[in-house]
Design a protein around this ligand. Sequence first.
Ligand SMILES: N[C@@H](CCC(=O)N[C@@H](CS)C(=O)NCC(=O)O)C(=O)O
Length: 396
Amino acid sequence: MEEADLKLYTLWYNPYSMSVVWALKLKGIAFENIEEDRFNKVLNFYNNTTLFIRKHQCLFIWWKTNFADDEEKKKAIEKVQEQLKVVEDQCFSDEKNFFGGDTINMVDLAFGSVLKFIEALEEFNDLKVIEPGKFHHLHSWFNDFKDVQVIKENLNPNDQMVAYFKVVKEKYQTMAELKLHGFWYSPLTLRVILTLKLKGITYEYIEEDRFNKSPQLLEYNPVHKLTPVLVHHGKSICESMIIVEYVDEVWPQNPLVPHDPYDRAQARFWVAYADQMIPAVKPLFHIITDDEVREKAIERVQKHLKVIDNQCLIDQKFFNGDHINIVDIALGSVIKFLVTIEDLNQLKVMEAHKFPHLYSRFSNFKNSPIVKENIPNSEKLIACIKLMREKMYAHS
Ligand SMILES: N[C@@H](CCC(=O)N[C@@H](CS)C(=O)NCC(=O)O)C(=O)O
């Protein structure tokens, strides 16, 4: 079989992935191994992890945290050992080396990957769980298993796994410290998501329901009761661009706000302009049946676009010059909203020939890697906005 015919998406340190990799290697099947990034797609990751936590709760606890005290540590070890004891007492027969007899089979692969994971966790947390005295059969079987040529050649080194566990732990700690409440389809939430992604910061994302906001959101933003809200160490920060600047100050890597005071003032001017443009864009969100009213609404937005095209984009520093900065984030999110509405309502507002600079800069912006990866999918967005609009009309 050609390598291109078979693709395997893995997390290299994960026991499930390990079992499948070993199975393919044992069969001598060529495959393309595509390594996934656990933290890149935070939402999916959470969904998947829920399953993982349920299945291997005790293992997961070890990985994620330090034990609060010795009692907790003891309990976690006991819980895993209870399960290992079942395997030790029930699964082995003296005549066979492996579950598969003389050669390994799928049971060996399944247990092997879990034991490998436990072994790395033992080192990571300085614990002893698979004690040879208590788990004689399991211990010697695992040594034989690791000695099988194909397994030996495809065994992740413990120090590499321990180093990765450390990274994961740190990321979880940041996630516990930093939470973002938002709507995935909102341009203002997008501002904050892009900022955090551009800085490479891990956070927990909490999707709010516009029609049934969480009590936490109402508590964190009691004044406006709007998203996005960032919660850092339990303290909330509201207003999208205030959040962007806050993040930029706390995590200075990949700076977004210009250092020079004059440039900074200019950047803030255009950020304010992007926000001032929103009330002009909003009416286009609705179905406007009167042609004259619709044309007037379009003209109003186009006046703003002209100003940006003529005044803001002359300066290469802004709107995707060398690096994305706060002006790109503020304007880019509003323009993304505008072009979505254009598609939704079949309007032509940001015409390339009328706003050539804006048109090409927005295209650079949306195609830059971090933006491309995190900007909502247009079709999904339009479907969602349509539904939301119906719901809003039904409520009013
Ligand atoms: N100026 C605020 C505006 C926030 C805002 O309007 N958020 C909208 C989402 S795009 C919201 O939460 N709407 C919910 C509602 O209106 O109840 C900011 O920049 O964060």
